[in-house]
Structure formats: C-alpha cells, structure tokens
Design a protein around this ligand. Structure first.
Ligand code: UDP
Length: 240
C-alpha cells in the first residue's frame, strides 16, 4: 500500500478481542494469528498511517466468568485487565518481529514491563510512527475493552475506530443461526442500541455516538482486511 492509497486516514484505533488471538487454540495466543495481524499492521504503518491498538483479554480471563466461579467481581476484573497486559506484550513482540516499533501503555501501572498510559506521550509515539498498544482497558472494573477502545480512539483523535470481530460486519440476526440474516453496510449508533445488535457494549457505542467517532466492524480473520479498510473499501459495516 502507498501513502496515496490511505483514503485520508491518518490515525486509526484497532480493537482486537482476546478471543481473536486464540486462533485454533483453546487458550492463549496462537502465534500464527498474532504474526498475521502484525503483518497487516506493518503494511498500514508502512503506508504512513498511525495506529493504536486496544487489546482484549477474553482468551485468558474475564471478570464476569471468574465471578461466576466464585471470585470477587472486582478482583476478577483486575485479573481480566492484567490478562490484556499479557496479550499486549505478545502482540508487541509479534509487531516488532514484523518490523513495527511498538510501545505498550497500560492503564494500570506495571512499570517493569511497559509504560503507563499518558495521553500526550501516546500521541507522541504515534507521531513518531510507532504503534501503540493500549493495555489494561480503562483501568477500572465493570468496564470492557470495547469501552476502552472507544475512549482511546477519542482521546488520541483517531479518524476511525476499527472493531475486529469473528463476523464480517453487523447482521440483522445471527448469520450463523439464521441463513436469511443480511449485513448492514451502514447503520446509526442509535439503531445498534435500539435493535440490540450485540456487536459492542452500549457504553462503547454511546461514547462513540456522543463524540462522533465512526466505527467500522470487520472480520480480521480475512487476510488483507485491515488494508482494505484503510484504502476506504466498503468492507464490513460502518456505524456512524
Ligand atoms: N476489564 C475491566 N475494565 C476494563 C477493561 C477490561 O475490568 O476497562 C476486564 C473485564 O473483567 C473483562 C476483561 O478485563 O472481562 C477482559 O476484557 P474484555 O472482556 O473486554 O476482552 P475481550 O472480550 O475483548 O477479549
């Protein structure tokens, strides 16, 4: 991809769930997946687009799941946030092997292994062409990394938030269960909320709506998808 092909996107925020890192594994990070994501990010960075990544933790721990097994919810959420730090380090390693200088910034201090999140410093890293992985969600229990993605996208002044899911966009119904389900090319924030289309949690959608942050929902397991988004191709679903 060349700079001229970036459709005016200068800075984007990519949300990757922990589950997306599983690939064919039941637990942890599939190196094939992290390497492929890293190559796609490297292509985008090579074209001059600044990229921030918010990574989830669902492949390791989720506070809700831990609470169901008897662990205190807030402790569980802390464990979930720390799980995202591990994923961030794994992705950082893959990105650096793909030639992308990368910084991990955590909303919870883990100073021996990564930087603290400081907005101005994050923007400076991006301006220098470094990828920045935002770890530990918002740093607070009862939130999700989707909300963290909305928050960071707005804070760093991203042109677009890209949410990677297992499905190639938002459908009228679950496309796995209902063969008649059709994909929306475009939908409004309020329609996503009113029709209870479970694509992101409501906090995350509302934050983007109130700050006019467009979201594109795509399937990152399709090779080359990130590049297609950056070139402005109409893949997935645009929430705006
Ligand atoms: N979490 C949290 N606050 C945040 C973000 C995440 O407490 O701001 C915890 C929460 O327990 C969540 C876990 O970290 O279940 C992992 O994040 P998430 O479920 O969003 O990961 P994903 O579904 O994207 O893999």
């Amino acid at each position: 991809m060349t700079v001229n092909e970036t459709n005016g996107y200068k800075r984007v925020l990519l949300k990757i769930s922990g589950e997306a890192l599983l690939g064919e594994l039941d637990y942890g990070i599939d190196p094939k997946v992290s390497s492929r994501i890293a190559r796609e990010v490297a292509e985008v960075v090579g074209a001059g687009v600044q990229i921030g990544v918010v990574i989830g933790g669902g492949n390791i721990f989720r506070g809700k799941g831990l609470a169901a097994s008897g662990i205190d919810r807030i402790t569980g959420d802390h464990m979930g946030m720390l799980a995202t730090v591990m994923n961030a380090l794994g992705l950082q390693d893959a990105l650096e092997r793909a030639g992308v200088t990368t910084r991990v910034m955590s909303a919870i201090s883990v100073r021996e292994v990564c930087e603290d999140y400081i907005r101005r410093r994050a923007v400076r890293h991006l301006q220098k062409g470094r990828a920045v992985i935002f770890a530990a969600g918002t740093g607070n229990p009862f939130f999700t990394t989707d909300t963290a993605a909305s928050l960071r996208a707005i804070e760093i002044g991203a042109d677009l938030m890209i949410k990677a899911t297992k499905v190639d966009g938002i459908y009228t119904d679950d496309p796995v269960k209902n063969a008649d389900a059709t994909r929306y090319d475009r939908i409004t924030y309020d329609e996503v909320i009113e029709r209870k289309l479970e694509v992101m949690d409501t906090n995350a959608i509302v934050l983007c709506r109130d700050q006019s942050m467009p979201i594109r929902i795509v399937n990152l397991s399709r090779a080359g998808e990130l590049g297609r988004v950056i070139r402005g191709e109409h893949v997935g679903t645009l929430v705006s």
